[in-house]
Ligand binder design. Sequence first.
Ligand SMILES: CC(C)(COP(=O)(O)OP(=O)(O)OC[C@H]1O[C@@H](n2cnc3c(N)ncnc32)[C@H](O)[C@@H]1OP(=O)(O)O)[C@@H](O)C(=O)NCCC(=O)NCCS
Length: 274
Amino acid sequence: MAYPAVRSFALFRADGHAIVVSMSEPLIDIVPVSGHLGAARWQAVAPRGAVAGVASLRPIIPVGPSTPELTVYVDPAWRRRGIGSRLLAAVRAQVAEPRLVADVVPGSPGEAFCQRHGFRHARSRRHHLLTYCDVHRAWLGELVDAEHAGYRLTHWTGDLPDAPRVEELLRSPSRPGNALLTAVDADGDLAAYAVAVVGVLPETRAQQWGPAVLSGHRGRRLGRWVNAALIQRLSEVHPHVTGIETATAEGDRHLQDLGFRLVRRTHLYVSRST
Ligand SMILES: CC(C)(COP(=O)(O)OP(=O)(O)OC[C@H]1O[C@@H](n2cnc3c(N)ncnc32)[C@H](O)[C@@H]1OP(=O)(O)O)[C@@H](O)C(=O)NCCC(=O)NCCS
């Protein structure tokens, strides 16, 4: 009778000491678990319930149709045993979307993993952080109050439904929730918008998407205006938030004008699940 290969590897106790255990990889279960904020989630569970790795999917942009962003994380003690690959296979088996994206640090195991699984490098990204303690509130207020002839600022707050359309959100009543949408319109026509989503407490950073300025309205500083208004309103609605993170394509400069600073660069990889 053939037995599966048994390998040994280390788990770590809370005091940092390694506990060497023997385990065969087939005993790792990949199970779907419920995620929050619209994320689908899978866990790689070892016997006795230790979580060796997790995978999750969430929309890369929270409004409108968008490609799901994949995140895979395997505990360092369990790496290079095929667990990341099994998590990815479980994701691919259970989702209908043909394309996934993954954001990885250049030169990291994550990049090697994506290349191994046939993802291709699509573009570079810059991640910026704005911390509220660095924001000059009076200057921000002046930016928000500046006149933009023919344009008007509006805000919507609530929890984002699945793949919402910006225009529909703006037509629906605001309510308490983790998302803030700030928009600029010209006589009711959407011209620009930006979205921020606040994590679950004790998370004190928000994620920002946009600003997006629609064609026909560009070159009028609407992006900076709508972003300044979002920053200001976010601190009013969610005063516990201490900073805002956002990712943009290389070469995007308006964020520095508002006080965002570059914190890291990543590579965005794209795959086909078929
Ligand atoms: C990336 C990550 C999920 C890989 O998990 P894993 O369980 O070690 O992955 P696998 O064992 O299934 O590796 C599959 C293949 O990916 C490649 N790979 C994975 N880690 C690698 C590394 N450190 N160096 C080079 N290649 C690597 C190899 O081709 C590997 O096959 P091989 O072991 O037969 O050579 C894990 O390193 C991790 O959690 N990193 C931090 C989070 C991250 O960067 N995630 C990005 C993915 S969205």
